[in-house]
Every structure is written in C-alpha cells, then in structure tokens.
Design a protein around this ligand. Structure first.
Ligand code: IMP
Length: 198
C-alpha cells in the first residue's frame, strides 16, 4: 500500500523521528524543511491548543497541505503549572537552549527536597487540519522533576523528567521505551486510532 503523506509542522529532527517510529510504515511524514517552509511561525497563543492550531493552520493556508502540529508544555505543580505554555522559552532566548531551561527549572525547585512535591506532567496537544476544520488529540504523562539532569538520550527537559513508576529519566531510556509512555506517544496513538480507519 502507498504510504499516506502527512506534514508535521516541526523542524525538530528528534520529534520527526519519534512520530515516524510511532506512526510506522503506513505514513510518510514530512517536516517543514521537506516542504520548503523555512518561516519562523510565531506561536503567540495563550494555550497549547491555540499554539498547535496556529502552526497547523499556517502550513495549511500557505502551503496547501493538511498538516499536524503539536505543542507541548511541562506543568510543574510546585510552580503553579509553570512553565506551561512558556516551556520552550522558560529561560528566555529563542527556545533552543534546553540546558538553560533545565538550569532555571532546577533552581526554581531548589528549595523542594521532598520528591513527592516535585510532581509534574508533560502535556501534548496535537492539532490536525481537515480542510477548514481542525481536530485535537491530547496526551500526557505524569512524573517528577529529578534533583539533577541524568542521561543523554532524547531532547528538551528529558534529563530531568522521571515518569511515574520508573526510576530513570526520559533521557536514560531508549526511544521505544520513552515513546511507549510519553505525552507525545499517547497523543499520537490517539491520532493514529482516528486516522487508521480513514
Ligand atoms: P514544543 O511545543 O514541542 O516545541 O515543546 C515546547 C518545549 O517543551 C521545548 O522546550 C521542548 O524542548 C520541550 N519538550 C517538548 N517535548 C519534549 C519531550 O518529549 N521531552 C522533553 N522536553 C520536551
């Protein structure tokens, strides 16, 4: 069967390969570079849903492909749900400095010695355009923020996130193990269940 083409509005190679692994051979997933989109898409929504929709609609409107886009936030209970929608640019800058983001997060939790009180969750919202309509899929994973970064796999805040029921951070897991429980994995599996019968 010819694989179905889907554009995923991201320049993040880690995310592209995660999505390709989860969606499997039935889908050919193209990133922004693959369709010649080098624009900086301004994500100025107030929620994860708004930001995901902004990216998906941008590609749909300018490039004509139906498109999926995700937006992820790390919500830390002791910080009132921050960084939340500010997760990418928590420490300022252009959102690519994961080391600075993790350093700030660990500093802001410095006074909390009790692991139970370092509870947090990753939440992903995937938006997918269907012509003028848009559909959303959500996924989350509960866990805790480690006292120091551990591991070298993955990206972003993976070295400081320990999912519930595990001793290791996301960055100490291989990609399959992370995908099987992650926020994005859970959201993509819902998307896949929706797409499969189409
Ligand atoms: P985005 O919405 O996917 O661009 O992600 C927002 C922020 O969350 C960025 O700082 C990412 O590095 C971080 N992030 C997104 N997904 C993950 C993940 O699976 N692990 C760790 N950090 C992530």
């Amino acid at each position: 069967m010819t694989p179905r083409t889907l554009v995923f509005a991201t320049n993040n190679d880690h995310k592209l390969s995660e999505i390709r692994d989860i969606l499997g051979d039935s889908y050919r997933v193209l990133g922004l570079k693959d369709i010649g989109c080098t624009d900086e898409i301004v994500e100025d929504g107030a929620t994860l849903h708004e930001n995901a929709a902004i990216k998906a609609r941008y590609v749909r409107d300018r490039f004509g492909y139906d498109c999926m886009a995700d937006d992820t936030g790390l919500l830390v209970d002791a910080l009132g749900g921050e960084p939340g929608v500010h997760t990418a640019r928590y420490a300022g800058g252009d959102g690519h400095d994961s080391a600075a983001n993790m350093t700030l997060l660990l500093r802001n939790l410095d006074h909390i010695d009790d692991m139970e009180k370092r509870s947090a969750r990753f939440m992903t919202v995937i938006a997918i355009t269907e012509g003028d309509d848009i559909r959303y899929f959500e996924g989350k994973v509960e866990g805790h923020i480690a006292f120091a970064p551990r591991g070298s796999h993955g990206f972003g805040y993976d070295p400081v996130f320990i999912p519930d029921g595990m001793q290791t951070t996301f960055a100490e897991m291989d990609a399959d193990e992370k995908n099987s429980i992650s926020h994005r994995g859970n959201a993509v599996r819902k998307l896949l269940a929706y797409l499969a019968p189409l």
